[in-house]
Design a protein around this ligand. Structure first.
Ligand code: AMP
Ligand code: MG
Length: 324
């Protein structure tokens, strides 16, 4: 496996201009609709004028509801929970066709990452007082939302409803649908505790079919004896991870939001050095950045490709490079 090294401190650029209050910026008219689903918030932002909005939203809603009924580890009646209760081990063969690729991607990531990514963390998460594994030890919470976003994009692409450019967001898993550029902000994980810090560490422009996912320890975490522990466990040890405050991954359309989601969790566990080597070996088209959990010295580490895409970077950035 290629060995990554940090090669250069590239840039410290002050966040320009007025505060950026929203996740996307554009001069074109936009409408955003939000609703709660899959234990998080779904958001659809439509660009430009035109009708058909209700049909688009009902397509997306129906897709998320259907997938929740298949993949939820919270709902005892979901397909996942019922199969888990029945002691399922051959997941990919046992589950409905629509979700086979989600299980396959999760198990492949587990295998490739030496089980740093591990969908069998439900019991550990319950023991720590968190986790989506209310009923099942098998838990796709790290990848199901991204998968649902891909399926929604696919449904919209079937052509039954005219679709303007739009951005799907399901709990921080974003996918661009249609021909428009979306400038999205990468949040500063330390800003919630230190309001004097810039709210965003950088911007990135996403184009048709690209997806971005973020895993962080700043919104969901475990408080134990005054210590803040991550809700992401190291799948190799079952212990809460530490050292990383946030990871953001950008992938092209052939990887999909499912891999952006699965990879962000995997890279959170692996950390920047091993994570960059992992990407070079298995997912070379993915771009990633890590924000180490050092609030006293906020900085980010980006893969070479990611460093080229970032704009308006507001903290110190180092580039991670994998030796040829
Ligand atoms: P995400 O927000 O996509 O990074 O997913 C975090 C969720 O994934 C957690 O809330 C758990 O349900 C689950 N999880 C925690 N640790 C792991 C792990 N090592 N591998 C796979 N899933 C995990
Ligand atoms: Mg994830």
């Amino acid at each position: 496996m290629k060995k990554p090294t940090i090669v250069a401190v590239l840039a410290v650029v002050a966040l320009a201009g007025a505060a950026i209050l929203h996740q996307q910026r554009s001069s074109k008219a936009k409408r955003t609709v939000r609703w709660p689903v899959m234990g998080t918030i779904a958001q659809v932002t439509l660009r430009g004028e035109g009708g058909g909005e209700n049909a688009i939203l009902s397509t997306v809603r129906a897709t998320y509801d259907r997938l929740n009924g298949l993949l939820s580890a919270w709902d005892a009646n979901s397909e996942l929970s019922r199969l888990a209760a029945a002691g399922c081990t051959n997941w990919v063969e046992a589950v409905s066709d629509e979700v086979k690729p989600c299980y396959a991607a999760a198990l492949k990531l587990a295998d490739e990452s030496g089980h740093a990514f591990n969908p069998y963390m439900g019991r550990k998460l319950r023991a720590l007082g968190v986790g989506s594994g209310t009923y099942s030890d098998f838990d796709l919470g790290a990848i199901a939302k991204g998968y649902a976003v891909d399926r929604a994009a696919e449904e919209l692409g079937k052509g039954t409803v005219p679709v303007p450019p739009l951005l799907l967001d399901l709990g921080g898993n974003l996918r661009v649908v249609g021909d428009a550029v979306w400038r999205t902000c990468i949040r500063n994980p330390f800003a919630a505790r230190k309001p004097d810090l810039p709210p965003y560490v950088a911007l990135i422009a996403l184009t048709n079919g690209e997806s971005v996912a973020t895993s962080g320890n700043y919104e969901r975490f475990i408080e134990q004896n005054g210590l803040r522990l991550s809700h992401i466990l190291d799948g190799r040890t079952g212990q809460p991870t530490s050292g990383v405050a946030g990871v953001t991954v950008v992938v092209p359309s052939d990887y999909g939001a499912v891999l952006a989601d699965g990879l962000s969790t995997t890279l959170f566990v692996l950390g920047p050095q091993k994570g960059a080597a992992f990407l070079a070996a298995h997912y070379p088209k993915a771009l990633a950045l890590w924000i180490p959990d050092t609030p006293e010295d906020p900085h980010l580490l980006a893969t070479e490709d990611m460093s080229k895409r970032l704009e308006e970077i507001s903290i110190k950035m180092s580039r991670l490079q994998t030796d040829p």
